[in-house]
Ligand binder design. Structure first.
Ligand code: TMP
Length: 237
């Protein structure tokens, strides 16, 4: 399997074609962005840490019955993934109030949703600022079928349950996270993209200290150090 030309470059990752049309190489950059690309910077070795953390989490999810695009880790910055047609709907799961939910609804940060998580959909569009949408928008604008929406919801909830446990064992509270899905060979819906502190809110279980990209978004300092701490908790045996 040979690495071929660049297929797509995003804010934090690059996808390369390979000699197998069904497989892509996902390369993790150190570039960091926030607020739909309005804030830009670098987090030293983020790409290496996110590649290894994502690989570990995809393996864990696969072991627990979640179908993902992950094939295998290749090296420090690259993983081999299945070629997906990405569904332009970001699925966000929230266990604790934070971020845009607090702003939008005036809810106090830190309120725990004991009964059930909150599931939200956003339209994946930087120029529009990833606006929040609901199932009617997804259906009428043809971003996904009704059957696919049911999969996004059920898989989102299943992934949340598994990830809450995974992080709890590592003394981290999974506050919220974003996942993306895509169609494989035009059919089966698989979990895609990455799962790392770039797209999750992770708080220290005891102190509620933020250990994710909010440190970069809001200039809280010790960005690399906190990514490294999460990396050590996830990737060292
Ligand atoms: P939010 O509070 O800004 O809506 O974000 C909720 C979670 O989803 C948070 O962990 C960050 C993640 N997220 C992304 O990674 N990228 C995005 O484009 C959005 C909208 C959210």
């Amino acid at each position: 399997m040979e690495k071929l030309e660049k297929l797509y470059e995003g804010k934090a990752k690059i996808l390369y074609k390979t000699s197998d049309p069904d497989l892509l190489i996902q390369y993790f950059k150190d570039d960091a962005s926030a607020f739909d690309g309005k804030k830009k910077g670098t987090i030293v070795d983020k790409g290496v840490m996110n590649n290894h953390m994502s690989s570990r989490i995809f393996e864990y999810l696969e072991e627990n019955g979640v179908k993902t695009h992950f094939v295998k880790n290749l090296n420090d910055r690259e993983m081999l993934v299945k070629n997906l047609d990405i569904i332009p709907v970001e699925v966000v799961l929230r266990n604790v109030a934070a971020g845009s939910l607090c702003k939008r609804l005036g809810i106090e940060e830190g309120r725990v949703f004991e009964e059930q998580p909150i599931l939200e959909f956003f339209y994946k569009s930087d120029p529009l600022g990833d606006p929040m949408i609901n199932e009617c928008h997804v259906d009428i604008f043809g971003w996904a079928t009704k059957e696919e929406v049911e999969i996004l919801k059920s898989e989102g909830l299943k992934i949340n349950k598994l990830m809450v446990e995974f992080f709890k064992e590592r003394k981290i509270r999974l506050v919220d996270f974003k996942v993306e899905f895509g169609r494989h060979k035009g059919q089966e819906v698989l979990l895609g993209d990455e799962i790392s502190p770039d797209g999750c809110r992770l708080w220290d279980w005891e102190t509620n200290e933020k250990m994710d990209k909010d440190r970069f978004r809001f200039n809280l300092g010790s960005v690399e150090e906190k990514y490294q701490e999460v990396y050590d908790l996830i990737c060292t045996p």
